[in-house]
Design a protein around this ligand. Structure first.
Ligand SMILES: [Zn+2]
Ligand SMILES: [Zn+2]
Ligand SMILES: [Zn+2]
Length: 159
């Protein structure tokens, strides 16, 4: 991130790549729920010092918590005109179909909510899955918010 960028920029980015479902509130703090809130208008260079870990909480009901760790600062020209440049991201965890154990691409929300299980389904078994109470199964995306609240992705970087 640029030093002059704000926590609001970071909040936007986290929502786009991982979190946004229904426009819930979010907050930054040091030390999780108990820690004092840090205003989103704060600059990155003012907040992040060596050893600092911020907690970002999205949605105060079905909350998603993201830890943001300062790794290192670099001086020089930004590599992008945007506030944030993505250097790496996680490899999407492999989901396995509950019927045949082959790679899954769909998730049944009725399985998640009513049966409290990860109802992952492949292209084939999604057709015969009996649940429809919570609408059609959703496409599996690379986000830790998958299966929470109304989250449906797309879990792509915003720029
Ligand atoms: Zn939501
Ligand atoms: Zn299957
Ligand atoms: Zn199901």
């Amino acid at each position: 991130m640029r030093g002059a960028a704000t926590l609001k920029d970071l909040d936007h980015y986290l929502r786009a790549i991982w979190l946004e479902c229904c426009g819930h509130m979010s907050r930054f703090s040091i030390g999780g729920w108990k820690g004092a809130e840090i205003a989103k208008s704060e600059n990155v260079e003012g907040v992040f010092k060596p050893g600092i870990t911020l907690t970002h909480i999205y949605d105060f009901g079905t909350s998603s918590e993201t830890l943001i760790r300062y790794v290192k600062a670099r001086e020089g020209k930004p590599t992008t005109p945007h506030p944030i440049a993505l250097m790496a991201r996680n490899v999407q965890p492999q989901a396995i179909c509950i019927e045949c154990k082959r790679p899954a691409v769909w998730l049944c929300m009725e399985c998640v909510i009513e049966d409290e299980m990860w109802g992952f389904l492949c292209q084939e078994h999604v057709k015969s899955h009996p649940h429809e109470e919570y609408g059609a199964p959703i496409r599996i995306v690379n986000s830790p918010r998958l299966g929470m609240c109304g989250y449906e992705g797309p879990a792509d970087p915003p720029y």
